[in-house]
Design a protein around this ligand. Structure first.
Ligand code: NAP
Length: 322
């Protein structure tokens, strides 16, 4: 028997929060924005995916992104940084990102994670233009999130937050537990939830009593990469459970949650596959479109400012375009 957040008993199994319907809504909006952009510019906005050190999962992910780009009319491209020597890879990765930063046909850049062993995330962080950083890893975007302003959010953390919104739970004053403290998923999500007035506990591999923390939570987000980490017995009845994990067990994709035991206790749960993943892909496309529009605005302002300078500084009383 499950209990809702207001305490009333229910006998239903947890609602499955499928990502596909939300992803479709987002892609439809993006496709309309892409068409309008193409009208104005004569070409589509471009998304470049950099893959450093190919692996089977990274190529599957890449194919999915490029297919999703094609569906909405975005020009997707793939930049391969091959090799197996980390120092050379880091140099080539930096050069590839800098080329993409300077390419006006590329509005957004994502670098496939995880990076190969020995290749430092810092290299990507140092190289990427924050205006094209649609997966929110640049310190400027991470800092804007931390300070409560709008930059680019890491897409997976953003997708997890959207799923929480769509579960209908009221985050204000709610206890939320985020399991995982990575800079791309756990920590940004913890800041997003805090910004929405949840009381957030971040757990990690050294947390002494994970079950106690999970047992107090109205919302549990698991992003650990550890199958079966959260079970129904750990949960507060009626909790909303967002499973970000992607693991392969016996050839099957599973999350971090023991779905079978959680279903009878939680009020809502995201399935794996089919939950956070599809929404993450769609949100990346919407971030790309926002990046393209922001770059358009910046270019227009620069042109206006240039015209003002060329005209000798405007007439009396006229403000310089800012
Ligand atoms: P990560 O960088 O490996 O971080 C994993 C985090 O989980 C770390 O903070 C680690 O703690 C913590 N952790 C590991 N085992 C734990 C345990 N037994 N108990 C408590 N905490 C534990 O991974 P990530 O990039 O954040 O990704 C997390 C998961 O999300 C992975 O399964 C990944 O495949 C998946 N993912 C999904 C999507 C999507 O679109 N659905 C996108 C990206 C990633 P320490 O910090 O102490 O090591």
């Amino acid at each position: 028997m499950a209990r809702t957040l207001t305490g009333s008993a229910t006998t239903s199994v947890a609602r499955r929060l499928e990502g596909a319907p939300f992803a479709t809504e987002i892609r439809e909006r993006v496709a309309a924005d892409v068409a309008a952009y193409r009208e104005r510019h004569g070409h589509a906005p471009g998304l470049a995916v950099v893959v450093c050190g190919r692996s089977a999962p990274s190529m599957v992910y890449l194919e999915r992104i490029l297919k999703a780009c094609a569906q909405v009319g975005i020009e997707g491209s793939f930049v391969d940084v091959p090799g197996d020597d980390p120092q050379t890879q880091e140099r080539e990765l930096t050069a590839a990102i800098q080329r993409l930063n300077a390419d006006p046909r590329v509005s957004g850049i994502i670098v496939q994670m995880p990076l190969p062993p020995g290749v430092r995330l810092k290299v990507v962080v140092d190289a990427i233009d924050p205006l094209k950083d649609i997966d929110g890893i640049h310190p400027l975007n991470a800092g804007l999130l931390r300070l409560g302003f709008e930059g680019f959010l890491p897409a997976t953390a953003h997708a997890a937050l959207e799923m929480i919104h769509r579960s209908g739970v009221d985050l204000r004053g709610a206890d939320a537990v985020v399991i995982g403290r990575s800079p791309v998923v756990g920590m940004p999500l913890a800041f997003m939830l805090t910004r929405e007035d949840a009381t957030v506990t971040v757990c990690h591999s050294k947390t002494r009593d994970l079950a106690a923390a999970v047992g107090r939570a109205d919302v549990v987000v698991v992003a650990a990469g550890h199958p079966g980490l959260v079970t129904g017995a750990m949960l507060k009845p009626g909790a909303v459970v967002i499973d970000v994990g992607i693991n392969v067990v016996d050839g099957k994709i599973v999350g971090d949650v023991d779905a079978a035991s959680v279903e009878g206790v939680a009020s809502a749960i995201t399935p794996v596959p089919g939950g956070v993943g599809p929404l993450t892909g769609a949100l990346l496309l919407s971030h790309l479109m926002r990046a393209a529009q922001r770059q358009e605005d910046a270019a227009e302002q620069e042109t206006a400012s240039q015209r003002w300078d060329d005209d000798g500084g405007g007439t009396a009383g006229e403000d310089r375009p800012s």
